[in-house]
Design a protein around this ligand. Structure first.
Ligand SMILES: [Zn+2]
Length: 91
């Protein structure tokens, strides 16, 4: 799990993830399954903590070590897009 303090800091990682384009399955707002290199799916969760900080977690090995993995970045980029759409709809 890592805390997202700045979306810009992840921009490079997101660009890289878009190149690789792993398959992402939408489960619910904030919960996504991202396909790994072996065809297995990892669960990525994007949550807002009570403190207001956004956290992203992935259940792959790197994610468990609190590293920013490709899956979490893919899930996050989808999540950011959905969150923006929601904000526009709610306006
Ligand atoms: Zn991962």
């Amino acid at each position: 799990m890592f805390i997202l303090d700045n979306e810009n800091q992840l921009e490079k990682a997101i660009l890289r993830a878009k190149k690789v384009r792993p398959h992402v399955r939408f489960i619910s707002f904030g919960v996504y399954l991202v396909r790994g290199s072996k065809g297995n799916y990892y669960e990525v969760r994007c949550e807002r903590m009570p403190s207001g900080e956004k956290s992203v977690s992935c259940n792959c090995r790197a994610g468990e070590k609190n590293l920013v993995c490709l899956h979490s970045v893919c899930g996050l980029s989808l999540h950011i897009g959905l969150a923006r759409q929601r904000a526009e709809v709610g306006r």
